[in-house]
Design a binder for this molecule. Structure first.
Ligand SMILES: *Cc1c(COP(=O)(O)O)cnc(C)c1O
Length: 824
């Protein structure tokens, strides 16, 4: 094996074909592309990536102040390097290519097997399961989380080191021409194809084109493993690689290396038997859904191929655990916020979790409960020294370390720290009063069973929760961003408790993802956000004059919709001695709600031109029917009117004034009317009037079955005895009623909920805090989860049942329903 290379700035320059400036002997160990998450800045090489809307060059000064000294840049004009005496930097033509070249170079130093996984679904599961199944036999490096993109892959491959004996990387693409670069970086020796689904179909001509692109990952492989039952996949692989590579497949219905003979589901486990090399083999796993079974069989094929013996295979599959790709944010005891991180425990994912913690609430005290970290490739001293530094950087107030290893390095930690040998010892000693109004991150390796700690610290109230998927929200945000011109600014509507999904958590997320403005309905909503540390501009759409002083104090920018409000606001500015305050002028172009109509404009303008107290930051209007085709002409008319009126306004001012008219549906349907900004609302929360398939569901309203009882047919159920039974019925009582936002109109069979994948109708009248559902033909027990709406039961379906719109359902879920946030 080639000795691992030490990368100096000079080597980086020569590998990337760049020109190097400054201290060329500076050694770099970590790569970073995101100024918000740094580990060990002195050893970090920052790549200033240039995207459509963000330019990494603009964070260099900030990074320098955080201690970063090495940069790869493509633009010297953005930054005056002469003012930083001790930096080293490499100037390249394209920083992303440079990152990829560097990773490709590192890959070449290692000769152990490298698995490259691609496919539409299941990449991360297969990668994580192979890790679980093989980590007794190999020392494995793998992609963190789902790092499988043009940026994620090089960052993953960079983690290869001489201590490992196997690498497992995933590669994902969303458009043509992306796989070749990933293939060169990973250079897999073994290729694994999981499944051809329909994600990202929109960017490809057809499935075949998408497939042909994906399998370019396998150009350098010796062998490829896949399922032969997807005909297109089988054909394409044979056509392209039958001559040059060993194709190893599994199948349920044709000859294959691993031929599945039977699958039997018994309770919560599946027994799979198959023929392999003329022998019958069997595994058993605690999963019963088809996707998990398929992924498990793919893994099984790999293990057989690596000659893992049958007994070990059996034993390891029994221990296979779900890949919990999520990070949960929950309410804890003593006004604490709990973040449960179920990702695997390593230094990289610790840094990610600490960032999330900082992103949530920066001013609260922060406690980290951390277990030993295994297989880091470092000595205990190096590892915990690095962690100690990381905790210092991320301003962690208190550490609770659990495990022999971390306890043995107690001296390294400078923050308030306590240590316990095991989870049991910690729990036995637990004093709940020591947690008060802080944010607690719980992160432990699997065998420490930190879910027990999380359980002990969790605030237990109502069993009814609204789960909010923050990753889905970011996905939706990115989809809408992809529809915007690079210079178009983005306002996100977070009024009405962010359409029901919560206020500060969502605003924090949006601020972190650098949206330009937030908009709320009333001043109080804005104050809440400012109190939670939101610093980006906030517009109040419905300002009331009694709150003007508060608005000025909290720097909230009003929508001005008539002359009276304008005068009142001017008075407030004078009273507070404030000058040059931003306001937003609302024009009514056809909605006939708030806003200036044409007649009122002149006197307004006369008042504002030369007024030292305020300036017009933006002029905007609102579309009345942007989501419906039948109103297209009217919408276009509104846009024309808006253009005309706003032109007149702009002509009277020497400074720049932003213009905006599009809401979510407008962004999708009238992209030519983006002007300077757009206002994203319902789309962020997962509802589209055009391309629903491009958005991810964000919110799921869930409850659990409190009680199940058999009721014979002569009885009735609930108030008013409305629940008339036709037959003997098994009913379930669920703790959700109209006071939670479960609309009473859904009573008596009008509404249905989802229990274990089956539809259960509501029986009788919905009560204030409870409801009854029919479980007669459903396999369910007390404590089972019940979905009111969510991923598998869209809120739009519920809205249709109620003859209303998703907006109303989402915003009427009452505040007493706990919001639980997760990523993944
Ligand atoms: C609520 C609101 C929006 C967002 O509308 P969506 O349909 O949710 O995208 C935009 N502009 C104004 C003025 C709003 O009140």
């Amino acid at each position: 094996m080639t000795a691992p290379q030490v990368y100096t700035i000079e080597t980086v320059a020569s590998v990337t074909g760049g020109i190097c400036y400054g201290n060329e002997n500076l050694v770099v160990k970590n790569l970073s592309i995101d100024s918000r998450s740094l580990q060990l800045p002195e050893e970090t090489l920052f790549f200033a990536l240039v995207g459509e809307r963000h330019d990494g060059h603009s964070y260099i000064v900030d990074l320098y102040q955080k201690g970063v000294r090495a940069f790869v840049v493509s633009n010297l004009e953005m930054i005056d390097f002469t003012i930083f005496p001790d930096v080293a930097f490499v100037l390249v033509a394209d920083t992303l290519c440079a990152l990829q070249d560097l990773a490709q170079n590192r890959r070449k130093s290692f000769e152990y097997p490298v698995f490259g996984i691609t496919g539409s679904n299941g990449k991360t599961i297969v990668k994580e399961w192979l890790y679980q199944l093989l980590n007794e036999s190999y020392s494995i490096v793998r992609s963190p989380k789902s790092y499988n993109s043009q940026v994620g892959v090089p960052l993953s491959v960079w983690n290869m080191d001489e201590e490992a004996s196997l690498a497992i990387f995933e590669a994902g693409i969303s458009r043509v021409d992306e796989m070749e670069s990933l293939s060169k970086i990973i250079q897999p020796t073994v290729g694994i194809f999981t499944h051809l689904g329909d994600a990202h179909r929109e960017n490809f001509k057809d499935d075949l084109q998408k497939l042909e692109e994906k399998i370019k990952l396998f150009l350098f492989c010796n062998s490829i493993m896949y399922c032969a039952d997807e005909e297109l996949v089988d054909k394409a692989l044979k056509l392209r690689f039958a001559e040059s590579k060993e194709l190893i497949c599994w199948s349920r219905n044709q000859e294959a290396n691993l031929r599945i003979v039977s699958e039997e589901i018994k309770g919560n486990c599946t027994i799979i038997s198959a023929e392999y090399k003329e022998e019958t083999k069997e595994i058993c796993l605690f999963f019963t859904d088809k996707a998990s079974i398929d992924n498990a069989i793919t893994c099984w094929l790999c293990l057989l191929n690596l000659n893992v013996d049958d007994d070990s295979i059996k034993e390891r599959f029994l221990k296979l655990e779900p890949v919990a790709m999520r990070l949960e944010i929950k309410e804890g005891i003593g006004d604490c916020t709990l973040i449960n991180d179920y990702y695997n425990s390593d230094l990289g994912s610790l840094a990610i979790a600490l960032d999330l913690m900082n992103q949530q609430q920066n001013d609260k005290r922060k406690t980290l409960i951390l277990s030993d970290i295994f297989q880091s490739g470092y000595t205990n001293y190096q590892l915990y020294k690095a962690i100690s530094k990381l905790l210092e950087q991320k301003k962690i107030t208190r550490l609770i370390g659990i495990g022999e290893d971390i306890s043995s390095q107690a001296k390294l930690f400078k923050c308030n720290a306590s240590f316990y040998r095991s989870t049991e010892v910690f729990l036995a000693d637990l004093n709940r009063n020591q947690f008060d109004n802080e944010i607690i991150l719980i992160k432990g390796a699997r065998n420490f069973h930190f879910e027990r700690i999380s359980n002990a610290l969790q605030y237990k109230a109502h069993q009814t929760v609204l789960e909010v998927n923050l990753s889905a929200m970011v996905h939706n945000l990115n989809y809408f961003r992809s529809l915007l011109q690079p210079a178009t600014k983005l306002i996100v509507m977070v009024k009405a408790f962010s359409y029901g999904s919560g206020s500060t958590e969502i605003a924090n997320l949006l601020q972190y993802h650098r949206v330009d403005y937030l908009a709320v309905a009333i001043a109080d909503e804005g104050v809440e956000l400012r109190d939670a540390g939101i610093t980006i501009p906030i517009i109040v759409m419905n300002p009331e004059s009694h709150s003007f002083d508060t608005m000025i104090e909290y720097h909230l920018e009003p929508e001005i919709y008539n002359q009276t409000i304008c005068l009142e606001f001017e008075k407030a500015l004078k009273r507070n001695g404030v000058r040059n305050y931003p306001i937003h002028i609302k024009l009514d172009t056809g909605m006939n709600r708030l806003g200036f109509v044409h007649q009122g404009l002149d006197s307004l303008l006369a008042m504002i031109v030369n007024n030292e107290h305020f300036f017009i930051s933006s002029v905007f209007s609102h579309l009345a029917g942007a989501d419906e085709q039948i109103h297209n002409d009217f919408t276009k008319q509104q846009i024309t009117t808006f253009t005309k009126w706003s032109d007149q306004i702009l002509a009277q001012f020497s400074y720049h004034i932003d213009r905006h008219i599009l809401n979510s549906a407008g962004i999708e349907r009238f992209p030519q009317a983006q002007f300077d900004m757009v206002r994203l609302g319902i789309g962020l929360y997962g509802i589209s009037s055009v391309h629903q398939e491009k958005l991810m569901n964000v919110s799921s309203l869930k409850t659990t079955i409190s009680q199940i009882k058999e009721v014979s047919k002569e009885n009735t159920v609930g108030y008013g005895r409305k629940g008339q039974l036709q037959t003997d019925t098994r009913i379930g009582v669920i703790p959700i009623g109209y006071a939670d936002g479960f609309n009473r109109k859904l009573s008596n069979g009008l509404g249905t909920v989802l229990v274990n994948g089956q539809t259960a109708p509501v029986i009788g009248n919905i009560c204030m805090d409870m409801s009854m559902i029919d479980l007669t033909n459903i396999d369910a027990v007390e404590g089972d989860s019940v979905l009111i709406f969510g991923d598998d039961y869209p809120v739009s379906k519920l809205a249709a049942q109620l003859d209303t719109i998703p907006y109303e359902i989402l915003t009427t879920i009452s505040r007493r329903v706990k919001r639980v946030y997760f990523q993944g």
